[in-house]
Design a protein around this ligand. Structure first.
Ligand code: C2E
Ligand code: CA
Ligand code: CA
Length: 791
């Protein structure tokens, strides 16, 4: 890594901060004592004074320069400005040293050294302006306030003290101007630094406090110099020590700033009330003093100048305050339309945009679509991982949603885990957007270091729709909601598009449907308690399997069984998969459940499987995401090995609607399973995504037609036509067809006529315990008694 050396350097530097400051502090003490005691006579003290001063200013310059290099962007630039100012100080001290040690004289007053020293106030003011500019216009307020305070103080001190001092002054005009420049620049510099300090975020306050203390010390020492100069004294050892202390404080500030780059979080700049009113205090005093002065004496130039600056600055400040208030008002107005957690539109903005879109539709017939989205089992995240995790999840969902929705469309959070998307006419059809929204949830979310799968129920309503009338904005929104409820009820994932028959769905049914999911349901137990029990049940191997026979429609024989998991709950009785698998999935327990089911099913199947005699294979269900696990084929092989079940006696049913996510990887896993001799079935075909590409690209043995697909075949010719073609298609591809949820004889007969190979359903047999199945096998594996074969 090329940065290693640099990092090491910074680390060493950071660890050396305390020793450096300690040494500098001791040096100042020795310096002061030496000058005070006058060790070695006047020549030696003069040399110590000159070289010592130069040393302290060089130290401060070095520290500021290092801070300029080591601290990030804006602050780095600010420190550079300070470093330039301190370089001026180094030059000034060097000039003094040259005069004192080489020429044995004092530099003329004023000299080039004074110009050099005055670079520091300019540099620090620039630095403060740079720091403050991050906050745009508001950031300029310390500058303006500094100006107000400085001119007020100057006005007051001019009237009260300076006037007399300068009247009695004997030096040149240039010297007078220099002294004035020192005074004004110093007051300005200190005022600004105090103002910046009061409004700084807590994390920067220690650095700024050190810098302000340093600058104040320098300024006080300068004022002493002005005072002494006015009395005809050029320099004093006391002054030299004052400057040294100020410079060491500045050095400490710079070094602390370097160390603070570690905890970068700046926090909110705080704006205290005191800060707002502070400048008015000296202003009021100055106004009073100025009035008294003007009424007694004729106006003097300094009073006019400082008074003018004061009024100008006050006006600018007022203007800035006005603009600042405007920005604040805008921000408040914007916030009233935004969801504070995610930054998405809120309900107000959403309905505003929806109304507008509906007006456009009325005018030129554009399509408008509303997508209603509700997270399944979101409450469990809050309950189990805590509210911060819940908030993080909502933010992550918002971020993902925004990426798949075309710009111009509105993504809103309506509250809780409810989102809505307004899709206006554009190149991407609403259905595509809806599809992409669902796919956003294929990838896990990372919360508190845990992988959490979160699935939405998504309802879509489009206008003008198929049967369209003059749907209003409210009606469209309601339809999307109804479709979303339908999606929740179906529990199969994917998008439900609103259809007229959904309108008749009893809402109370929706609301009491499954107590385990969503906040709209009343749950008899807290999710957290249930999750604990579930974990224990899995650990203690307490889940049960029931087996539902699959019947050959041509022979009437049981040609297989499907293992279905059950949770015998001590209080609530036997829970079905729909009641607890979402909890399993949410909490990353799916792998453990699959293993449990796999071992149990293999273990049970060995007791009846007997190739040639009773070769009834067992099928286990697999959620498609399990197929992303490249170790799955080996785990299954190990289970077969341990239980002694031949691979031919096992098939896996893959829930089709979830397969979409990672088809290539899943394809690889499926290939390997199949190479091991295990049969593969696609489950629930016909619900969710009926993607033909699976049939084409994946090596599949069996296609299971979903119950929702089979149920209407007797009533609807169209449904019958579809089932018939799927059967034909499967056969053309050499895939066997299994009909699910066959509940009556007529359907069974129809399916047999249609050429369907195998059927499963309550008409033939309900899921049963392993024991019951064994008894059935002993009867000879045939179902002819149950299933009358009519030729
Ligand atoms: P599935 O794979 O489609 O299983 C068939 C479901 O339909 C079973 O519900 C079964 O009891 C039910 N069923 C069978 N015949 C009829 C019928 O004639 N009429 C009606 N109305 N229903 C019938 P179950 O046991 O509640 O399982 C629901 C779903 O849970 C399963 O749907 C499957 O996707 C999943 N599941 C069950 N066991 C497991 C498991 O061990 N692992 C995984 N990953 N999923 C499982
Ligand atoms: Ca199944
Ligand atoms: Ca199924």
């Amino acid at each position: 890594m090329p940065n290693d050396g640099l990092d090491l350097g910074v680390r060493v530097l950071k660890n050396r901060i305390q020793p450096v400051i300690l040494t500098a502090g001791i040096a100042v003490a020795v310096f002061a004592t030496w000058l005070g005691a006058g060790w070695g006579g006047p020549d030696v003290t003069a040399a110590v004074s000159a070289l010592g001063s130069l040393g302290f200013s060089t130290l401060a310059f070095g520290c500021a320069l290092t801070a300029a290099i080591r601290t990030p962007l804006l602050r780095g630039r600010a420190w550079l400005a300070v470093a330039v100012g301190l370089f001026g100080w180094v030059v000034g001290d060097a000039i003094w040293a040259c005069y004192g040690l080489v020429l044995h004289a004092e530099p003329p007053s004023p000299s080039i050294a004074d110009v050099a020293y005055l670079v520091l106030p300019v540099g620090t003011i620039v630095a403060f302006v740079i720091t403050a500019s991050a906050r745009r216009l508001v950031g300029l307020r310390p500058l303006i306030d500094g100006l107000i305070i400085t001119s007020s103080l100057f006005l007051v001190s001019w009237v009260v003290v300076l006037r007399q001092i300068f009247a009695a002054y004997q030096g040149s005009r240039a010297e007078l101007a220099t002294s004035l420049a020192y005074a004004v620049a110093d007051v300005f510099m200190v005022a600004i630094s105090v103002l910046v300090l009061t409004s700084a975020p807590p994390s920067h306050r220690r650095v700024l406090a050190l810098v302000t203390a340093g600058l104040t010390t320098l300024a006080i020492t300068d004022s002493l110099l002005v005072y002494l100069n006015a009395r005809g004294v050029r320099t004093s050892d006391l002054l030299v020590v004052g400057w040294a202390v100020g410079l060491v404080l500045l050095s400490a500030g710079a070094l602390l700033a370097i160390r603070n780059t570690d905890h970068e979080a700046p926090g909110k700049p705080h704006s205290s009330r005191l800060w707002q009113w502070l400048p008015y205090v000296p202003m009021a005093i100055a106004a009073a003093v100025g009035l008294i002065f003007l009424s007694s004496i004729t106006a003097a130039i300094p009073v006019l100048v400082s008074g003018g600056v004061l009024v100008g600055a006050a006006l600018i400040r007022q203007l800035i305050m006005l603009l600042d208030n405007r920005t604040l008002l805008d921000a408040v107005a914007d916030q009233a339309l935004r969801d504070p957690l995610t930054g998405l539109a809120n309900r107000l903005l959403f309905s505003d945009r929806l109304n507008h879109a509906m007006e456009m539709r009325d005018r030129d017939g554009r399509r408008v679509a509303v997508l209603s989205l509700d997270l399944d089992e979101f409450k469990l995240v809050n309950d189990n991982l805590g509210h911060p995790a819940g908030d993080a999840l909502l933010r992550a969902v918002a971020e993902r949603l925004v990426t798949v929705v075309p710009t111009g469309d509105t993504v809103a959070r309506l509250g809780g885990d409810e989102f809505a998307i307004l899709i206006e006419d554009g190149p991407q059809p609403a259905e595509t957007t809806a599809q992409r929204v669902v796919e956003v949830f294929d990838k896990a979310f990372f919360l508190e270091g845990e992988e959490v799968f979160m699935h939405p129920s998504v309802g879509l309503a489009v206008t003008p729709g198929l049967e369209d009338d003059e749907a209003t904005a409210d009606e469209l929104f309601r339809r999307a909601d109804i479709a979303m409820y339908a999606a929740k009820r179906a529990g199969v994932g994917g998008v439900q598009t609103f259809t007229a028959d959904m309108r008749h769905v009893d809402r109370t049914e929706t609301q009491s449907a499954s107590w385990h999911s969503g906040k709209r349901r009343r749950s008899p137990v807290a999710g957290i308690q249930l999750l604990g029990q579930l974990r224990r049940a899995i650990d203690d191997d307490e889940l049960d399997l029931v087996y539902q026979p699959k019947i050959s429609l041509t022979t009437g024989n049981t040609v297989g069984v499907e293992a279905l998991v059950r949770w015998p709950h001590p209080e609530f009785g036997v829970l079905t998969p729909n009641q607890f698998l979402p909890l399993v999935r949410q909490n990353g327990l799916m792998g453990a459940v699959t293993d449990l089911v796999l071992y149990r099913a293999a273990h049970d199947a060995v007791t009846w499987y007997d190739a040639g005699q009773c070769d009834i294979p067992v099928a286990i269900n697999l959620f498609a995401p399990s197929l992303n696990d490249l170790a799955l084929p080996d785990r299954i092989a190990a289970a077969l090995d341990r239980t002694g079940l031949p691979p031919a006696a096992l098939s896996v049913e893959i829930t089709e609607h979830l397969l979409l996510a990672n088809i290539r990887r899943a394809g690889g896993v499926i290939q390997r399973l199949r190479a091991n001799g295990i049969r593969i079935a696609i489950d629930d075909f016909g619900s969710g995504y009926a993607t033909m590409s699976y049939l084409r690209d994946l090596p599949i043995d069996e296609l299971k037609l979903d119950r929702q697909f089979i149920a209407p075949v007797l009533r609807s010719e169209r449904a019958a036509a579809i089932v018939q073609s799927v059967i034909d298609l499967a056969h053309a591809l050499g895939i066997a067809c299994v009909a699910e949820g066959v509940e009556n004889e007529d359907t069974a007969n129809w399916l047999r006529e249609a050429g369907c190979d195998v059927a499963q359903g309550h008409y033939f047999a309900r899921p049963m315990a392993a024991e019951a199945l064994r008894e059935r096998c002993q009867l000879g594996c045939s179902n002819s008694a149950i299933f009358p074969i009519t030729n």
